[in-house]
Design a protein around this ligand. Sequence first.
Ligand code: NAP
Length: 256
Amino acid sequence: MDQVDVTDRVWRRLLEVRGGTAELTGGEWSPGEQRALELYGPLARRDRGPLTVGQIGQSLDGRVATVADDARDISGPDGLAHLHRMRALSDGVIVGVKTALHDEPRLTVRLCEGPSPARIVIDPHGRLPNDAPIFHPDGTRRLVIQAVDQLRPDGVEVIRLAASDGRVEPADILAALQREGFHTLLVEGGGFTISRFIDAGLLDRLHIAIAPVLIGAGQQGITMPSPPDTLAEAMRPTTTAFSVGSDVVFDCELPR
Ligand SMILES: NC(=O)c1ccc[n+]([C@@H]2O[C@H](COP(=O)([O-])OP(=O)(O)OC[C@H]3O[C@@H](n4cnc5c(N)ncnc54)[C@H](OP(=O)(O)O)[C@@H]3O)[C@@H](O)[C@H]2O)c1
């Protein structure tokens, strides 16, 4: 498996592709830079239809947290840099309310050059407090998807959607965000939220970043609400593995 080499010049090209000022093809690249274009190119492009991508960082045994709920920094340093690159190439990043409550993520781009995406939290019952870091004003769009009337801080955009049994259809979420002008959306977690998008057939790609750590027990990453009974029925996406230093990223193309 070749190493991905995200040099300054290849990253600059990817940001230009994202901004519509350069094409993905053309130029002389080293094998590692070429791998970087293959891994990040689909997210950078804006000349195709809207794209929805999931990303999850997990252990060798598929966990995203210990039994005691320690979930911070499962990914190694290069896995984290990978996540920040994905954010920088996305227009908006979506998290479920449990991630927002538990991790208090900022969802900004800090480990590479590039713009921070809009921050979007799915909070059907209005559980996230108004002083959560996601809502802090910093010039970036902030949106909340909710199924209840709940006043939010100035500047936070509320998308009110209907829920059935407490669940909002991922298709309604995606349609509402696309009406708001979002082209490339990153579903960053947690596993519940990503799994609902996969189950609804709404993810175009899924990046699973595996860090070389064995946890042994604890929360699983992807847990589908309606898994298959037999392996013959299991989803087998077209998958390419990329070595990104400390972690290995499996880039899965999902059927839609
Ligand atoms: N390793 C990683 O890459 C990674 C990334 C992010 C988070 N995490 C970890 O994952 C854990 C949290 O993940 P999680 O899977 O438990 O929860 P989650 O996906 O963060 O949030 C789930 C909650 O979001 C709301 N939600 C999401 N989609 C919805 C939908 N379609 N309809 C209605 N409500 C929806 C629901 O809120 P209600 O409960 O109010 O109904 C649901 O219970 C944390 O420990 C965090 O550290 C790991």
